[in-house]
Write a protein that binds this ligand. Structure first.
Ligand code: SAH
Length: 358
């Protein structure tokens, strides 16, 4: 059972806790019926903080001179991937800035080793790479690719994600390209970007359904002081002029907004894999992850990045995982998941090829 645009808009604007609890319960039921009670764990590796893009929201933008840059070595990546097996995860996610110091062949060799020798599913999230790189990585065995379209509002997208000369104007066409190459495709949005309206959030959810996405990540936008949006919010300066919205139209960047979008997304895209994201945990360390899992989410991505590199990958300040130890054992999580009536996923936890990857 899906929803009309107006119903979604009504839920997004809803503030009554009792009514929202009913929405979250409904989404949790859909999650139970469509993807079951398993929570899939994906070990996240932040492989590089170099980036050629100049996204107005992101702390590792090329424009941020004070960002610290790092790139993991192949040996470090492979060691971390082996630890993911020990921790009981089925997938390793390699995410980074769009870093052309990451050569296509170099990454292909790493993907091949992780797939063939270590035996994990591989997800890549390395930005808007050329088609030939994506083809090579798919051939090397990469299963999935994550590329959030960030917002479905084209004017807002252009403001926050200026295209590089000759680069892509939007990410939806790139997501279709990934699907055509046989990747499981993941995407998602931030909620609470200045200038983002409730209406556009409904469009975002409709776009998730249209694209038939395999993974859908939603997190609150968290301002970073060394970015154009951060400066604009702090004192109105910065080189990006956001279209001011009336206060009741502007989406707040709260964990609650993210929960509403996760719940509606689960209802509209019942069998997608939906993470309870780090950005949510950052805003509510005590209960954020768990609440996300109770309103539609079925995936958690514990951070496996070596401690010495963590603070370089500062896409927003005070990330929840900065203080977490490298990796959380499935064993350690089992009890808390069972208390929620859930289990730990075994295997790769893919969508399209459920049970056949990895
Ligand atoms: N270079 C890759 C990975 C980027 S980091 C890419 O561009 O796809 C992954 C996601 O973090 C981004 O897609 C964005 O949605 C999110 N993100 C970046 N900056 C953020 C911020 N300030 N607050 C919240 N989320 C942010």
């Amino acid at each position: 059972m899906t929803m009309t645009r107006d119903e979604m808009l009504g839920w997004l604007r809803e503030t009554d806790p009792a009514r929202l609890a009913a929405l979250f319960e409904r989404a949790d039921r859909v999650r139970h019926e469509s993807v079951g009670d398993a929570i899939h764990l994906r070990g996240l590796l932040e492989v590089s903080s170099y980036c050629v893009q100049r996204c107005a929201y992101c702390g590792i933008s090329a424009a941020n001179r004070s960002a610290r840059r790092m790139r993991m070595s192949a040996d470090e990546i492979l060691a971390a991937a082996r630890s993911a097996v020990d921790y009981g995860y089925g997938t390793v996610v390699m995410q980074g800035g769009e870093d052309y110091g990451i050569k296509a062949e170099w990454m292909a060799a790493i993907v091949r080793e992780i797939k063939d020798e270590i035996g994990l599913a591989v997800t890549l999230s390395l930005g808007e790479r050329p088609e030939s790189d994506l083809v090579m990585w798919r051939a090397a065995g990469a299963d999935r690719y994550l590329l959030r379209f960030e917002t479905s509002d084209p004017a807002l997208y252009r403001l926050i994600h200026p295209a590089l000369p000759g680069g892509f104007k939007d990410r939806v066409s790139q997501i279709r390209r990934l699907q055509a190459l046989g990747y499981e495709a993941g995407s998602g949005v931030m909620v609470g970007i200045p200038g983002q309206s409730w209406e556009s959030l409904v469009d975002d959810i409709m776009t998730f359904a249209d694209l038939d996405l395999d993974m859908i990540g939603v997190g609150p936008f968290i301002p970073h002081p060394e970015t154009p949006i951060g400066r604009y919010l702090a004192d109105g300066t910065g080189d990006v002029a956001f279209p001011p919205l009336p206060p009741d139209e502007q989406v707040p960047g709260t964990a609650e907004t993210a929960f509403k979008v996760i719940a509606l997304t689960r209802i509209m895209c019942p069998d997608a894999n939906i993470p309870s994201t780090t950005a949510i945990a950052t805003l509510n360390r005590a209960a954020g992850r768990r609440q996300g899992l109770m309103c539609g989410a079925n995936v958690v991505m514990p951070n496996l990045t070596p401690a010495k590199y963590r603070e370089c990958y500062e896409i927003y300040p005070d990330k929840a995982t900065l203080v977490e130890t490298a990796g959380v054992c499935a064993r350690d999580l089992r009890e808390s998941f069972e208390a929620m009536g859930r289990t730990i996923g075994t295997g790769a936890g893919g969508r399209r090829h459920r049970g056949t990857i990895g």
